[in-house]
Write a protein of this length. Structure first.
Length: 214
């Protein structure tokens, strides 16, 4: 079994939306009602400066943007969640290798698609507190160059690690990590729970996504 291409395309799109976090439209500081919204807003200028700096080469912009994003996203937490029950049964070395492959896959998606979002913005519209350390920040993805209705994008932000981190993103109501977990668990179920097989497949996807573009 291979991961379904419709899901992988949607996953890549959602990862790309996640990569657009630094493009969030700024609001006055007083409007930021909690640490999660502030976290989102305070990373605007760094991302914009990187994406718009034409003194940097394409590779430099890509790599600097990737470094910024990986500093905002808790890739390990997300990766472990997507393994589902196989996190407990897989050898520890395989779990660690999977985290590395998952990080490379996510990074490749950012590198391949972030340029598509330089003309779009995300506007924070509010947030919901699930617990004192778990927030859903609601935003709208707006394309100023089209007549399309804004897309709803929600970000889950956790603050229980000493600093805010992104742990999930929903595009039009579809949570990425939940879909990835379902797909990864199904993949492993048809491959005797062999995490190394999933690692190889993610590595192949990362290579294809990471091929340089103009």
């Amino acid at each position: 079994m291979r991961l379904s291409m419709p899901l992988m395309r949607r996953a890549v799109l959602t990862l790309a939306v996640l990569a657009a976090v630094p493009l969030l439209a700024p609001r006055p500081a007083a409007a930021a009602q909690n640490a999660a919204e502030s976290f989102v807003d305070e990373n605007i200028h760094k991302g914009l400066d990187i994406l718009r700096d034409r003194k940097l080469s394409v590779t430099q912009r890509r790599d600097q943007f990737q470094t910024l994003l990986l500093g905002l996203v808790d890739v390990r937490r997300i990766g472990l969640f997507t393994l589902g029950q196989y996190r407990r049964s897989a050898p520890p070395d395989d779990v660690e290798a999977f985290i590395g492959a998952f990080r490379n896959y996510a990074s490749a998606a950012y590198q391949s698609y972030f340029a598509r979002y330089t003309s779009q913005t995300l506007k924070v519209t509010g947030s919901t507190e699930r617990t004192p350390t778990d927030f859903i920040v609601q935003t709208l993805l707006i394309d100023d160059n089209s007549n399309q209705q804004p897309a709803e994008v929600d970000f889950r932000v956790r603050t229980d690690t000493g600093k805010p981190v992104l742990v999930d993103v929903a595009y039009q109501g579809i949570w990425l990590s939940l879909e990835e977990r379902d797909q990864f668990v199904a993949f492993l179920g048809q491959n005797n729970g062999n995490v190394r097989t999933l690692i190889a497949h993610l590595s192949e996807l990362a290579v294809n996504l990471g091929k340089p573009t103009n």
